[in-house]
Design a protein around this ligand. Structure first.
Ligand code: ADP
Ligand code: MG
Length: 252
């Protein structure tokens, strides 16, 4: 728990992702210097489903890596579920990432020789969680994504949409509040992409915060809010969703 107490009406409006003047420069001070992010102000509340759009090279993945605690900003600040990430060393950042963030990518990155269930259990590691519990939790995650009957299948025996659902189950295994998805429907046909979006909405209803990078305006329309990245600057698309009040949800 951070600032607001349980039962406090403000609690449901706590920002889980909050950046101020966030900047990222690669190869700073060299000829190869790239200013990838400039002054990004982003505030996302618990239970929101937001899209980030923008052309290739505009800084979307850079922002995702920072929000996902995979990288450190060059300037500005980031509060991840109330924790100032700049105050953490690499080890503490890795722990925060494990507890708070689930990642989903365009390529599903499943291990081909393992069953779907084993892939989902992977992030639990071998040392920390007993085998029985690992399998039980992986089973629950597989059921949550509607694949309870496909656990023994290898990735190659599953469709693209099913593989992505396995990847989502794997992202959920540590029960992180934040789910970050970088082009998760990019490799899927539109009908299968819709299924994945439906799944994200179910996860949102289950109190997950979902941040989705997409090139596809039809995909972005499913979200509460849309941000557009241009040349490292992030702008919220006006007149869409609920603005930045953080109050209520437009979905019914
Ligand atoms: P997007 O995801 O929107 O395509 P990226 O965040 O990947 O954009 O990239 C933003 C800019 O930063 C691009 O100019 C890219 O070439 C550069 N960039 C990304 N990652 C690195 C890196 N690790 N080192 C140097 N430059 C990078
Ligand atoms: Mg990218």
């Amino acid at each position: 728990m951070t600032i607001a107490a349980v039962g406090d009406p403000a609690n449901s409006r706590l920002a889980v992702i909050e950046t101020h003047a966030l900047g990222k420069v690669y190869s700073e001070g060299t000829e190869a210097e790239v200013i990838a992010l400039k002054g990004v102000e982003l505030k996302i509340h618990r239970g929101e489903f937001v899209a980030i759009m923008g052309p290739s090279g505009s800084g979307k993945s850079t922002l995702m890596n920072l929000v996902g605690c995979l990288d450190k900003p060059s300037s500005g600040s980031y509060l991840c579920d109330g924790v100032d990430v700049a105050t953490l060393d690499a080890e503490a950042r890795a722990l925060l990432r494990r507890d708070k963030i689930g990642f989903v990518f365009q390529g599903f990155n499943l291990l081909p020789r393992m069953s779907a269930l084993e892939n989902v259990a992977m992030p639990l590691g071998y040392a920390n969680v007993p085998r029985e519990e690992r399998l039980q939790r992986a089973h629950a995650a597989m059921t949550a994504v509607g694949l309870g009957t496909r656990e023994g299948h290898r990735p190659s025996e599953l469709s693209g949409g099913q593989q992505q659902r396995v990847a989502i189950a794997r992202a959920l295994i540590n029960r992180p509040p934040i789910l970050l998805a970088d082009e998760p429907t990019g490799a899927l046909d539109s009908r299968t992409g819709e299924e994945i979006l439906t799944l994200f909405k179910q996860l949102q209803a289950d109190d997950h915060t979902v941040v989705l990078i997409t090139h596809d305006p039809d995909v972005a329309q499913h979200c509460d809010r849309i941000f557009v990245m241009r040349d490292g600057e992030l702008h919220e698309q006006p007149g869409f969703g609920m603005g930045d009040s953080g109050l209520g949800h437009p979905r019914s």
